[in-house]
Every structure is written in C-alpha cells, then in structure tokens.
Write a protein that binds this ligand. Structure first.
Ligand code: SAM
Length: 203
C-alpha cells in the first residue's frame, strides 16, 4: 500500500486512539506487565495517541515517533496531562535515523503489523537500543489455531485496506529470524498475542 494512503488511514483513527489512551481497556493488562520496567532514555516507535505514556516514569526522557501528524497531536495532549516531557518526531519508522545504541528502553506495541518491512524495523530497534538496554514488544500475529489462522488469512486483505495493518504476520518467525536476542516471550489468545522481552545482539 502507498505510504500516504496508509498515513491517511491512521489519521482517521487518531480520535479513537486518543479516547482509548485515556481508558483502561482490556489490553492494559499486557501493557502494564510489559512496560513496568521501562526506564531511562525511552524510544517508542509508532506511538499512536500515547496509550503507553502512563507506564513511563516522570523522570524518563522519551522520544516518540509516528508518521501520522494527527496521532502525534493527540499524543502531545496525553503527554501534557501526564506531565511527561516527550521529544515527538513525525517520521516513517522504517527510515528513522537516530544515534546508534542511544536508548535504555525501546518500545513497540501493536506496530509490527503495519510496516511493509517489519524485519528492517526489528533490526533498527536492535541498532538503536544500548547494548545493555531492553527492547519491549507487545504485538499480535497469526494464531497457531488452524481455524483462527484461516480466518485471519481470509480477512487480512480487507483489514489491510480498511485499517492499514496485517492480522496474519508470523511474529514468532520474524523474531526468530531477527538479530535480536530474545530473552522471554509470553503468548496468549491462542498464540495470537505476544509479549516479548529482548536485547540487541552482542555483535
Ligand atoms: C495499530 S496503531 C498502534 C499505536 C500504539 N503503538 C498503541 O499501542 O496503541 C499503529 C500506529 O503505527 C503508526 N505507523 C504505522 N506505520 C508507521 C510507519 N511506517 N512509521 C511511523 N508510524 C507508523 C500509525 O500511525 C499508528 O499510530
């Protein structure tokens, strides 16, 4: 899909994301579990409306990236309500150019479904995270349940067209093939949701 069209799709959803950012929806049990260790110099890619900001300590230095200017505007409002100082960047994550190994914590939640080249993004996360830093991911993907995965494969073209993301990515394979050191994975909902604790590779 053309990137400008994808940006427009997310622009339209920004209001919905902003309302969710202020509510404790069901996904917060996963966000809380994953993000309670977030600290220091934090990079969050594809930040949306800032739903994860509530899990970051007030003294952290946050850099938040999204290619949708409207999402970023919404996230600015949420950051202000939570007294967080955030450096916002309106950029395509796949082309993100920041100093190597400069972040203590690198976060992605529900974003790997959107990129044309998720393997490139995973590599970038490893390159941006400090050697002793942590990479925290909360992602969805294709289920190991055959019925569910068939449904996901069936609806994927429509979801991609309407919402801008894929529902049938094999997240565990993407992680396995990446250069990241995967320390722990917790999967739920018939293995369609994954919490991942990772580190950059040694090399
Ligand atoms: C499904 S939403 C998730 C938002 C947020 N991370 C959350 O957990 O609520 C995906 C977000 O990724 C952004 N996005 C998708 N592809 C992107 C890209 N290539 N570069 C920057 N942002 C992107 C969208 O604008 C949207 O805000």
């Amino acid at each position: 899909m053309d990137m400008n069209r994808q940006i427009k799709l997310f622009e339209k959803q920004a209001g919905k994301y902003a309302r969710r950012a202020r509510k404790q929806t069901a996904d917060h049990k996963w966000r809380r579990k994953l993000l309670h260790s977030a600290r220091g110099n934090i990079l969050e890619i594809s930040v949306g409306a800032g739903t994860n900001f509530q899990y970051y300590p007030e003294d952290s230095a946050i850099t938040a990236v999204d290619f949708s200017p409207t999402m970023i505007e919404q996230a600015k409002g949420v950051a202000a309500e939570q007294n967080l100082t955030v450096n916002f960047l309106v950029e395509n994550v796949e082309e993100l150019n920041l100093p190597a190994h400069s972040f203590d914590t690198v976060v992605s939640t529900l974003s790997m479904c959107s990129y044309p080249n998720p393997e490139k993004v995973l590599q970038k996360l490893g390159a941006l995270c400090k050697k002793d830093g942590q990479i925290l991911l909360f992602e969805h993907g294709v289920s190991t349940n055959r019925l569910v995965s068939r449904l996901q494969n069936l609806v994927d073209p429509l979801v991609k067209k309407r919402i801008g993301c894929h529902v049938n990515r094999d997240m565990l394979k993407l992680l396995e093939d990446s250069t990241l050191q995967i320390e722990r994975v917790e999967s739920s909902l018939l293995n369609s949701i994954h919490l991942v604790w990772a580190r950059p590779s040694d090399s």
